[in-house]
Design a protein around this ligand. Structure first.
Ligand SMILES: [Mn+2]
Length: 324
């Protein structure tokens, strides 16, 4: 039996299932889990979704979002823990005891860095989003898709592919999206709901990061930062800083973009983005980080001055190697 068949069997057999949003949940995490939860309910199972962090406002309107609970009190025991879009089990945060207490753990994900922490692991890095894997699971489970499930799956794929613009956008992502539109998903409405509105404080936060951008290496590198003070003064949480590195990367003539976000005093989370020439996965690995060639991340402990200086120097060195 393949892992895929074992996963199908484990889902069919379980009477009660616990699902998990990963920390700082994104559209793929929320959409995949809600679609799966609604399908499991349809199959007559008891379902709970636990999440350490709240669902960000732009995803709170998704059908089924009211099923999501904080992992409070004694962890309950479930016959099946189904982890979706979690590269490692620690991504479940404070909900981890709920996963570890389950009789069986099925791990479904598309991150190539997945640690295969489940009893059954279905990891497909070729999938554009975990939502794509959930779509295929529901098809094989013969659960009739309804409009609510379709919308959740669409949001999962839409957000993880950067609105069908990232290099993970495959013919399959489009084929599935086409089917979801046939199920009644209205793309203009979904885009308006998910991307259409943002808080003034969030926009001002972006203004700060963009206002202080700096360029190096004849403009081929760009970087900026937000300190803890910035987030505190504007009263916004870290999620509002998502996407800034990607925005910086759009700047004309830029090969690499780096965005430093201070997570704790002197502890910086750094997002690295490349237009293709600079391998940011390689760059990040020099600092103990990792990721994909065009999108990677690392953690820097120390001053911003030293961190940015070292990162830019290594980036310039890698770029010089590419040229020669
Ligand atoms: Mn994902």
């Amino acid at each position: 039996m393949t892992a895929w068949e074992k996963a199908l069997e484990a889902i069919r057999e379980a009477g009660d299932v616990v699902l998990f949003l990963h920390r700082r949940p994104d559209g793929d995490s929320v959409g995949s889990n809600l679609a799966m939860a609604l399908a499991l309910l349809r199959m007559g199972k008891a379902v709970k979704i636990v999440s350490q962090d709240p669902v960000p406002p732009y995803l709170q309107g998704l059908p089924g979002a009211d099923l999501i609970r904080a992992p409070q009190g004694e962890p309950e025991t479930f016959s099946l823990a189904l982890a979706l879009d979690c590269a490692d089990k620690e991504r479940t945060g404070m909900a981890l005891p709920w996963l570890e207490g389950a009789k069986r753990v099925v791990n479904v994900d598309h991150h190539s860095s997945n640690t295969l922490f489940g009893h059954i692991n279905v990891v497909d890095p070729a999938a554009s989003a975990t939502g794509e894997l959930v779509y295929r699971l529901l098809t094989d489970l013969e659960v009739p898709l309804d409009g609510a499930m379709a919308k959740n799956l669409y949001v999962a794929i839409l957000t993880d592919t950067g609105s069908f613009s990232f290099s993970n956008t495959t013919p399959w992502a489009h084929r599935i999206a086409a089917h979801l539109l046939e199920m009644g998903v209205r793309p203009a409405e979904v885009a308006e709901e998910v991307f259409g509105s943002r808080s003034e404080a969030g926009l001002r936060l972006w203004g700060r990061a963009i206002g202080r951008l700096q360029r190096e290496g004849e403009g081929r590198l760009v970087w900026s930062y937000l300190s803890q003070e910035d987030f505190q003064e504007l009263g916004v949480d870290a999620a509002e800083g998502e996407g800034i590195a990607q925005e910086l990367r759009r700047l004309e003539g830029v090969e690499g973009a780096f965005f430093f976000r201070e997570e704790a005093p002197g502890l910086w989370r750094v997002s690295l983005r490349s237009r293709g020439l600079l391998n940011v996965a390689e760059l990040a690995s020099l600092f103990g980080g990792g990721g994909h060639p065009r999108a990677a991340g690392l953690t820097w402990q120390g001053t911003l001055e030293e961190g940015s200086r070292k990162l830019l120097a290594e980036a310039l060195r890698l770029l010089a190697e590419v040229k020669s």
